[in-house]
Design a protein around this ligand. Sequence first.
Ligand code: IMP
Length: 179
Amino acid sequence: MHKDLKKILIDEKSIINRCLELGQQITDDYKHDVEPPIFIALLKGSVPFLAELVKYVNLDIELDFMDVSSYAGGTESTRDIRILKDLDRSIKGKNIIIVEDIVDTGRTLLAVTKILENKGASGIKVVSLLDKPVRREVTVEVDYVGFEIPNEFVVGFGLDYAEKYRNLPYVGVLKDELY
Ligand code: IMP
């Protein structure tokens, strides 16, 4: 275990097994659709999860990426997000699966969903490695959840603290004195 962690919450094997289950479930849900979905991953945290998950999706999917950040000028209730990297292609009339690392307050997901709706996506679903439901401030639907976790600050498998720890192969809880 990394020295900055106080415990491992979800080990590597459990994450891989859960990705396999989610991949099979997504395959089942979309296998009768004429057009396979486009996976839109939110940079950077969702990259390790995306890479593991798509191995088990047995459909001719496409991948695209978006990078967004909270807009500092907004108030809590109207918080808006800034697009740092937009999609490479049109998604008009396409089925989308948004890939997230963690849904916390839900505000990022709500804002991204609105952006994709405005771009004309026909169906939007969400897959997230982690979900912290007790922290939710807005209503969002997460269709596929890897793991529900308690209200603790976690790092690893894509999740960072000050851009560190994204490369850990497991999800762990950072020692309190480090943040
Ligand atoms: P939301 O808009 O509050 O749902 O925030 C989602 C984003 O906050 C995630 O994509 C993460 O980047 C970040 N985040 C929330 N909780 C954690 C955590 O426990 N560890 C690391 N990043 C987190």
